[in-house]
Design a protein around this ligand. Structure first.
Ligand code: P70
Length: 478
């Protein structure tokens, strides 16, 4: 029996342990078989470490980190089933059995017909951008993502934000801040014409908006628009299961659907996807491009051999593909996704109760501190989110990530900083890795920092790389 069938993907809150017993408390739907020991550091050690890292949390050594909330990408804990799948890796250069298993899983859970494996998400973004975008094209999307937009720009295109205005306001309580504003699509079409719009770039659980979902209702409208104008939709499916959980919880008429069903519905409204399997699918490395159009598939399959690897492995080992195939099934399991998203809610709820300014509603994969309100005395050109992330590390050994002016980069036309409305610090929760107690410690540390926020001062950038500067830029206190 295939491994993912061992655990029946069941759904519905009424079936879960806590609800049948009518208890208020609930626990993670797994037990721990192996642990990774954490290193404790002193404040002096952390002051030295962050200085050496140029006040950039990407440049810290992970050995110097206590609770690592830099990202949920490649940092989740694989299940015993995924690990046993790793032992079933078929490392043949061509035609690995794990490729066929992955293809079957993508068809089953997402419904896309053709699979092109890649080493991770940006590998897929590179390929789809190179194939579909011509110089001078415009690619509308529900907020940019750093790597996605860069690949669109490198292919000669320009990203156009068509997300609802509410998404740019961290205090707005809109329950589907990932939604597209169709009138923005109309305006773009009118301005540039459909020949210049190769596809719509639609993400589920929009990362840069704070992990905010798009509703099924909105995606259906986007689909109508797309069919009417003959412009396809490429879906960034990186966190589609998390988006589906929000739909089940919030969208009317969806309560009785399973997360697995909603994931399929979302994917069925689009023409293909790029996927970083390092998130929802909980693997340490891997990704893919999947499409329904045979011609597009042909071109992608040809391009993957140049940049990634043969079309039946695309930069992954056979064992990696097996872990992705199993992880896709686990990602749509109701108990799993509920525990995952509700753990994020738990941390966010604690911060809200203490009056710490965060993006609301709380997103699916992370709690985003609103650095503009946290540090109103630090102007945006002194990198408030960057300094807040550095200070949280010094305070408590907790590593987070800047998602503000540094991440937004420079405008390729003018060369100026892009000043995004959202200046955020992301506390990203890896899946199945930390307990509620780690969340308690994190909340307490952030609250303490908030109480002492007045003493925090801005930074100046002293080194700036050309591409994706946030990864390697260096700073000094002003
Ligand atoms: C993160 C990671 C990756 C990602 C994503 C969405 C919605 C594509 C990708 C790319 C890692 C990251 C990447 C750039 C800047 C900071 C962090 N997001 N689409 O931490 O996938 O990393 O596999 O190439 O979130 O959010 P990949």
């Amino acid at each position: 029996m295939p491994l993912e069938q061992v655990r029946i993907v069941q759904d519905g809150l009424e079936n879960s342990m806590s609800n049948t017993e009518k208890r208020k408390s609930w626990a993670e739907p797994f037990k721990i078989k192996m642990v990774e020991l954490l290193r404790m550091t002193t404040r002096d050690e952390r002051v030295k470490a962050i200085k050496e890292a140029g006040y950039n949390t990407f440049l810290l050594k992970s050995d110097d980190v206590y609770i690592d909330l830099l990202t949920d990408s490649g940092t989740s804990a694989m299940s015993d089933r995924q690990w046993s799948g790793m032992m079933m890796g078929d490392e043949a250069y061509a035609g690995s059995r794990n490729f066929y298993h992955l293809e079957e899983a993508v068809r089953k859970y997402y419904g896309y017909k053709y699979l092109v494996p890649t080493h991770q998400g940006r590998g897929a973004e590179h390929i789809i951008s190179r194939i579909m975008i011509k110089k001078g094209d415009f690619i509308p999307g529900n907020m940019y993502f750093t790597t996605t937009r860069l690949h669109q720009e490198l292919a000669g295109g320009g990203f156009v934000d068509v997300i609802v205005d509410e998404a740019h306001d961290p205090t707005n309580q809109h329950t589907f801040k990932g939604n597209v504003d169709i009138s923005k699509l109309d305006r773009l079409l009118e301005k540039v014409g459909k020949e210049k719009i190769p596809y719509l770039s639609i993400a589920t659980a929009v990362n840069m908006a704070g992990g905010q979902p798009i509703s099924l209702e909105n995606l259906k409208k986007v689909r109508e628009w797309s069919l009417k104008h003959g412009i396809p939709i490429i879906h960034d499916a990186t966190r589609v299961a998390e988006n589906a959980y929000f739909i089940k919880k919030r969208e009317s008429g969806c309560q009785d659907k399973s997360v697995a069903q909603i994931v399929r519905e979302l994917c069925d409204l689009t023409d293909g996807c790029t996927m970083s399997a390092k998130k929802d699918a909980m693997v340490n490395i891997g990704g893919f491009l999947a499409v329904n159009d045979p011609d597009l598939f042909d071109q992608a399959r040809n391009m993957v051999v140049i940049y990634e690897g043969l079309h039946t492995y695309g930069g992954m080992a056979g064992r990696d593909m097996e872990a992705v195939a199993i992880g896709l099934g686990e990602s749509v399991d109701h108990e799993h996704i509920r525990a995952r998203v509700e753990q994020v809610m738990y941390l966010g709820g604690k911060l809200l109760d203490a009056g710490v300014p965060i993006v609301e509603p709380i997103g699916s994969h992370a709690v985003f501190l609103d650095a503009k309100r946290f540090l109103p005395h630090v102007p945006q050109n002194e990198f408030p989110a960057q300094v807040l992330a550095a200070e949280l590390y010094v305070e408590a050994g907790i590593r987070s990530m800047e998602r503000g002016v540094v991440s937004a980069g420079r405008d390729p036309e003018t060369g100026d900083h892009r000043y995004p409305k959202l200046e955020l610090v992301r506390l990203t929760i890896p899946r199945r890795v930390y307990t509620q107690a780690h969340m308690d410690v994190t909340a307490e540390a952030v609250i303490e920092l908030y109480e002492n926020r007045d003493r925090i001062k801005g930074l100046k950038m002293v080194y700036e790389p050309k591409y994706l500067r946030f990864f390697q830029a260096r700073f000094e206190p002003i």
